[in-house]
Design a protein around this ligand. Structure first.
Ligand SMILES: Nc1ncnc2c1ncn2[C@@H]1O[C@H](COP(=O)(O)OP(=O)(O)O)[C@@H](O)[C@H]1O
Ligand SMILES: [Mg+2]
Length: 301
């Protein structure tokens, strides 16, 4: 028989785990831990996510891999912050550090003033992946309710929250559909709704539109900004697309590989709300050319 909990993406399962989990990795939720763990509000008004001299080493069959080195970064509450860099530069690893999936080898990370583990138990973040990672045998509404179900908390309030997020992503009319009946863009909207259903303070997105065609991606980018401005959720967005990072973000950290390091953090001085026409403007094009130069490592800008 299919085990839904075991088949859920790693980050989703990890988000629901705590110290009471069985050592084999199966998900065991202790009802005592369902209530939200209070998070220190020491960070109120300060950075939402703070990394100080953070480094990650992996052991692999080919020997040790230094994925990230000396990452120092503040991501402010309510920000739209992107991590931009080529494949293999450690973007996903950085997101996983924040999500309490990968531990730091050196340095420090705080999320909402506490450790990533405390933030995870307080359900402070939602995660969206490149692959929508929907359960094909579940209807849209039941996919969105999955995080509540894993926590054993599907009640009237949960159903209302699911309806609200489906409305937010424009899929209220498709709640009874199965994933196979949806386009790629719609699947990603379901995945965003699932990440937002628990009303997290932070949304972590790992190349969520990377598998979509360019026209759909542009549309999804506009919709994401609408969602961001209406929820105020601090968003950390991973991409290797320069125009995507420039269009969406308030700030962009440019990462370079071998090991992954921050080359620079760029303020994107384009006003919100942004619509697709902005992509043809001179300020947008000069932003993308600055990001491109930083990625190429020639230091311009
Ligand atoms: N679990 C792991 N074990 C060993 N090496 C890993 C692991 N996860 C990532 N890496 C390595 O760390 C580096 C950064 O990977 P990743 O964070 O996935 O980069 P990106 O998301 O920017 O493509 C790569 O060299 C990758 O092979
Ligand atoms: Mg990645």
């Amino acid at each position: 028989m299919l085990n839904e909990k075991r088949d859920a993406p790693l980050e989703l399962r990890r988000l629901e785990r705590d110290e009471h989990d069985a050592p084999d990795g199966s998900v065991g939720i202790d009802p005592q831990h369902l209530s939200r763990v209070p998070v220190s509000d020491a960070a109120e008004g300060g950075p939402c996510i703070r990394l100080e001299g953070a480094g990650v080493h992996f052991e692999s069959n080919a020997g040790p891999v230094e994925a990230l080195r000396d990452i120092t970064l503040d991501i402010n509450d309510g920000d739209f912050f992107s991590l931009l860099g080529p494949s293999g530069c450690g973007k996903s690893t950085l997101l996983r550090v924040v999500a309490d999936v990968v531990p730091l080898s050196t340095g420090r990370v705080t999320v909402l003033g506490a450790s990533p583990s405390v933030a995870r138990k307080a359900r402070s973040f939602g995660f969206v992946f490149q692959d929508a990672a929907l359960m094909p045998w579940r209807r849209v509404i039941d996919n969105v309710l999955l995080p509540m179900e894993l926590a054993g908390a599907v009640d009237g309030a949960a159903r209302k929250a699911a309806d609200e997020v489906l409305e937010l992503v424009g899929l209220q009319g498709r709640k009874r559909a199965y994933p196979k009946e949806l386009s790629g863009g719609m699947k990603q909207r379901v995945s965003i709704a699932r990440a937002l259903v628990t009303k997290p303070r932070i949304l972590l997105m790992d190349e969520p539109f990377g598998a979509l065609d360019e026209i759909t991606r542009d549309k999804m980018n506009e919709e994401l900004l609408t969602i961001w401005s209406s929820t105020g959720t601090t968003t950390v967005f991973v991409t290797h697309s320069i125009p995507e990072a420039a269009f969406l973000s308030r700030r962009v950290a440019v990462l370079t590989p071998g090991p992954g390091r921050i080359r620079d953090v760029v303020d994107i001085a384009l006003p919100y709300p942004r619509s697709r026409e902005i992509r043809d403007t001179v300020p947008f094009l000069s932003t993308t050319s600055r990001l491109r130069a930083l990625l190429a490592g020639d230091g311009a800008g």
